[in-house]
Design a protein around this ligand. Structure first.
Ligand code: ATP
Ligand code: HSE
Length: 357
């Protein structure tokens, strides 16, 4: 069989919240999920034709990720996008080779990246011609907190919100539930995808600020880390976060960065205090690792739902990382370090070869 198209989809990882910006801020980082796709026939739409799709997988999660297209989060999402557009299944035989460098369940947006990759796969395999803004709607039907998917899709340092949806839409599950339910695609695809669910704005990021990610070798599921949060908040805690959030987005855009301002503006009272019980060492790390003790450090927080620690810094990366690694070690937790760049480009599809035959 000869291929007719070869495509590559790349989706970056992301760190969300950045302290006070719970479910609002996302920053796109230089670690990628890549899909190499060979499509073996023109993807003309044939009704009720389910083409054979071979999925292979390497990298993070390769020991546990399902390779059945109905169960894997990426292909399941693509099938959902196709179903919403009245296409039942993949319409052309294809191979999809996934290479994933994003650690799973660590707070680096692995599920958001998988959802974005799936929406892009659905878009290209069904020749749907969706814009990125429309693809964001599909992502947000699956992952209801917009921070990671918006960063992964659009790139850069980004703030987002969901518009309030009417009651018919509110029964739509999060991707963490998507894992558990085999009939989810059918349920979701019977719902119309509302337009312009997500709204976002790209923010400036001072070029000298790098992201040190200290990644503990255990997983925290986002579902669990969200369940632990209260339904109601104290007014003072909400005001505490709002004040810092407004200051932080400007402070991170300024060169040279003001470490004292950023460090204080990265504090949070909405999610981190509750998540300490899931992440041994978190409290000690965010309380004791400061720009005053570690020159070059600007601020430190939990990345997404954790357990990764995000340290923003301009230099002295080894010293900052070593302190955090040693603090995790006291809790008998091993951690690895990745110093990542903030990347302006979001997810993309590149057509690497096209045969007209
Ligand atoms: N490349 C992938 N292929 C298939 N499934 C994936 C992939 N990446 C993530 N997942 C699924 O998503 C789950 C992790 O999602 P979860 O939301 O708990 O954490 P995260 O996205 O890594 O962290 P956070 O949302 O805090 O940034 C994995 O256990 C797996 O089921
Ligand atoms: N803002 C989300 C990100 C996790 O994906 C949270 O902290 O739960």
């Amino acid at each position: 069989m000869t291929y007719s198209r070869k495509l590559q989809i790349t989706v970056p990882c992301s760190s969300s919240n950045i302290g006070p910006g719970f479910d609002v801020l996302g920053v796109t980082l230089s670690l990628y999920l890549t899909l190499d796709i060979s499509i073996f026939e023109p993807s003309s739409v044939k009704e009720n034709y389910n083409a054979e799709v071979v999925l292979t997988y390497s990298g993070e999660g390769n020991d546990g990720v399902p390779l059945s297209v109905e169960k894997n989060l990426i292909t399941k999402t693509a099938l959902y996008v196709l179903a919403c557009n009245n296409i039942s299944g993949f319409t052309a035989p294809m191979t999809i080779n996934v290479n994933n460098l994003i650690p799973m369940g660590r707070g680096l947006g692995s599920s958001g990246a998988a959802v974005v990759a799936g929406v892009m796969l659905g878009n290209v395999s069904g020749n749907l011609g969706l814009t990125k803004d429309r693809m964001l709607d599909y992502c947000l039907m699956i992952e209801r907190h917009p921070d990671n998917v918006t960063a992964a899709l659009m790139g850069g340092f980004i703030a987002s919100y969901l518009r309030e949806l009417n009651t018919d839409d509110t029964g739509i599950p999060h991707s963490e539930e998507l894992e558990k339910k085999n009939d989810m695609i059918n349920k979701l695809s019977s719902q119309i995808v509302p337009e312009r669910i997500g709204h976002y704005i790209k923010l400036n990021w001072a070029k000298e600020i790098k992201a040190i990610t200290i990644i503990p070798q255990f997983e925290v599921s986002t579902a669990e880390a969200r369940e632990i949060l209260p339904n109601d908040y104290n007014k003072n805690d909400v005001v505490f976060n709002l004040q810092r959030l407004a200051v932080l987005i400007m402070a991170l855009s300024q060169s040279p960065p003001d470490a004292d301002l950023i460090c204080q503006a990265m504090q949070d009272k909405v999610h981190q205090p509750y998540r300490k019980q899931l992440i041994p060492g978190l409290s000690e790390i965010i309380t004791n690792v400061k720009p005053t003790t570690h020159p070059g450090l600007l601020g430190i927080c939990l990345s997404g739902a954790g357990p990764t620690i995000l340290a923003l810094a301009t230099h002295n990366f080894d010293n900052i990382s070593k302190t955090v690694i040693d603090m995790f070690a006291k809790e008998n937790i091993e951690a690895v370090v990745k110093v990542l760049d903030v990347v302006e480009g979001g997810a993309q599809v590149v057509e690497t070869k096209y045969n007209n035959a």
